[in-house]
Write a protein that binds this ligand. Structure first.
Ligand code: NAD
Length: 280
């Protein structure tokens, strides 16, 4: 039987560590505040924003909420970001994606002061990650590294395969695994022999965005499988990119959905907010 990697428990550990640091900072008169901007009322985004605010409350970080209408113009959003960039009481700025179609996401991400870029999406943060300099790490892949380390999975020297090359998950994931001395392959929609490539993996990270696509045919016996996908099926139940019931018997460890990677993303956001004080 595979070990089930408990993202909920590990994320609570991280949030508790953050809470201790925030309490100590408060005793020294330091304060941490995160500005959370949501444009429109996409229901999935509202759930994510609510969970982020709840995590802030748990950790002791002040969350400042900006709920803008679906019709907000790019200029209006950029001017709010500029105001928050200048505001010394704001340590982190988070713009919940996706944005309505009249707003260009890349322009918005570039407008955030890199010292407040707690999502780690700014080109400066991504560049720093690539060359191993200090900066904010993208929360989902950074959370996966923590999951692996805190579950006792050794990355160094291992064959790591990441399926997916998005800017938010696949690419930063590959770089972080490389930084941990893994031997990394990035597979994507144009990869030939995907099953063969995946079966090389000691650590298989799946961020493909296709419900239950990865079955045991993609998995080497004894591999560690990390499922980044989040989908709702016809019965409104959550599932991942991995067919858990099919894969679990052949791997040595696996993350469930829900309760695997998902909670780690928010925990790492809290970590980045606490770290932001060092950069400011
Ligand atoms: P994306 O759609 O931007 O990227 C998917 C990647 O998969 C692409 O790079 C593409 O090349 C590759 N791909 C698509 N079809 C493929 C195929 N048939 N074979 C091989 N590769 C294929 O998605 P994303 O933003 O990287 O997210 C991936 C999944 O992770 C989604 O289900 C998303 O909801 C989830 N996600 C979860 C969290 C979390 O906190 N747990 C965070 C971000 C994303």
């Amino acid at each position: 039987m595979a070990k089930i990697i408990d993202g909920k428990a590990i994320s609570t550990q991280i949030k508790d560590e953050c809470r201790e640091r925030v309490t100590a900072m408060k005793e020294q008169g330091q304060h941490v505040a995160l500005a959370v901007i949501q444009v429109g009322n996409d229901p999935a985004s509202s759930v994510y924003v609510r969970n982020k605010k709840k995590a802030c409350e748990y950790v002791g970080i002040e969350s400042l909420s900006y709920e803008l209408s679906e019709e907000t113009t790019q200029e209006e959003l950029l001017s709010l970001i500029e105001k928050l960039n200048q505001d010394q009481k704001v340590n982190g700025i988070l713009v919940q994606l996706p944005l309505p179609k009249q707003i260009d996401e890349d322009t918005v991400i570039r407008a955030i002061d890199p010292r407040k870029d707690v999502d780690g999406f700014h080109p400066q943060s991504v560049g720093a990650l690539c060359i191993g300099q200090p900066g904010f790490l993208s929360c989902t892949p950074a959370g996966i590294i923590e999951l692996l380390k805190r579950s006792g999975v050794v990355i160094e020297g291992k064959e790591c395969v990441v399926i997916g090359r998005s800017n938010i998950v696949g690419k930063p994931m590959a770089i972080l695994l490389l930084r941990e001395n893994g031997t990394v392959t990035v597979a994507h929609s144009r990869t030939g022999n995907l099953k063969e490539v995946c079966r090389r993996a000691d650590i298989l990270v799946v961020a493909v965005g296709k419900p239950k696509m990865i079955t045991r045919e993609y998995v080497k016996e004894g591999a560690v499988v990390i499922d980044v996908g989040i989908h709702r099926n016809a019965e409104n139940k959550l599932c991942g990119d991995v067919d858990f019931a099919d894969v679990e018997p052949v791997c040595s460890a696996i993350t469930p959905v829900p309760g695997g990677v998902g909670p780690m993303t928010i925990a790492m956001l809290m970590h980045n907010c606490v770290e932001s004080l060092k950069l400011q």
